[in-house]
Design a protein around this ligand. Structure first.
Ligand code: ZN
Ligand code: ZN
Length: 355
């Protein structure tokens, strides 16, 4: 590969809550991989937990480590046998590399690769178990990279990762034209799910949350909002659906009360997608309601097979991601960016590192 330097700038997590921008070797490109010059990488709530050592020994397996898993860049070099991409292609990257051989991978459910909880490194979760993209360069298998249209910036491209999760949620819950949908929690994933529900043909999307994000939810297509600082979520959603409840509900807040609300604001025979994580908190569950009203509940993890369609929706202007990038920082200010995200005001959605 011509013109590729031997070292690069990278944000290295040296110790818990200790990130330093250093010069490190440019990653080697294996068979079937390409080298990408990273353009931008977003900071995820998971990054705040990883850097604090919440998942130590697992995410990451050891220090020092390079985090960053929501990113986009330009292909600058091809490894042996790398097919399907060319130098100069602008791409967004997936994180889950399945082993390709287990029963789930063979079914296309590589987000649930059966080797993920073993030490077998045929499975990788980049930015968690394998090096991420808070760095100038990243090496990836071509199958994890998806072309971005010219009109989508790298900063916007960082939102594809969470956007594809929203699309996976919409598919799991089988949202259909004419459906009514409740979205609980207008954070990044909630604000994307609103737009995807509308793009799929949902005619009424109701968002429950608080603060300035409710206004942003309206701007991005919500038909009704429930301010949970004033009204009970379930009562509010039911009032806006003539007491019936919605066809689908998405829990995007990651709290036990939001899970309970999602289960109780769908109609009889409704579908519920659980997107947030409560951190293993106990949730009180009225299983009689699930049985007697035949409520379908879906866990939603990651974004298998969803990047191309999500990128297509962004490129066509059906999903607005630029409103979700709150602020862009240079790599040298990554600590300021982490701190700003940690302290984020109610209106701030995503901090992005331009690299
Ligand atoms: Zn993330
Ligand atoms: Zn597998």
């Amino acid at each position: 590969m011509a013109d590729i330097p031997s070292t690069m700038r990278a944000a290295v997590t040296r110790d818990w809550n200790d990130i330093r921008v250093e010069h490190v070797p440019v990653p080697k490109v294996d068979q079937g991989e390409v080298l990408v010059r990273v353009g931008a990488c977003g900071i995820c709530a998971t990054d705040l937990k990883i850097v604090a050592g919440v998942y130590k020994g697992n995410w990451p397996p050891a220090l020092p480590f390079i985090q960053g898993h929501e990113w986009a860049g330009t292909v600058v070099g091809l490894g042996d046998g790398a097919r399907g991409l060319a130098v100069g292609d602008r791409v967004a990257a997936e994180n889950h590399k399945g082993c390709g051989a287990c029963a789930n991978c063979r079914r296309g459910r590589y987000n649930l690769c059966e080797l993920a909880r073993t030490k077998d490194n045929a499975y990788k979760l980049y930015g968690h178990t394998a090096p991420g993209a808070f760095a100038e360069y990243a090496a990836r298998p071509t199958g994890l990279l998806h072309r971005l249209p010219d009109q989508v910036s790298f900063e916007e491209g960082t939102i594809v990762n969470q956007g594809a999760l929203g699309l996976h949620a919409i598919r799991r819950c089988r949202v259909e034209p004419g459906d009514t949908v409740a979205v609980i929690g207008p954070g990044l994933i909630g604000l994307i799910t609103i737009q995807l529900a509308k793009a799929t043909g949902a005619t009424r999307v109701i968002v429950a949350g608080r603060g300035p994000r409710l206004e942003l939810a309206r701007e991005l297509g919500a038909d009704g909002v429930v301010d949970v600082s004033k009204v009970d979520t379930v009562e509010g959603v039911r009032e806006l659906t003539h007491g019936r409840g919605t066809d689908c509900a998405f829990e995007c807040a990651g709290s036990p009360s939001a899970v309970a609300a999602a289960l109780n604001c769908v109609r009889r025979g409704g579908r519920v997608g659980l997107v947030g994580l409560t951190g293993h908190q106990e949730v009180e569950l009225d299983t009689d309601r699930l049985v007697l009203d035949e409520i379908d509940v879906y866990g939603v993890r990651s974004s298998p097979n969803a990047y191309p369609e999500l990128i297509s929706l962004i490129g066509a202007g059906k999903v607005n991601v630029s409103r979700l990038v709150s602020r862009v920082y240079p790599l040298e200010q990554i600590n300021e960016a982490f701190e700003a995200f940690r302290q984020r005001e109610a209106g701030a959605i995503r901090m992005v590192i331009r690299i």
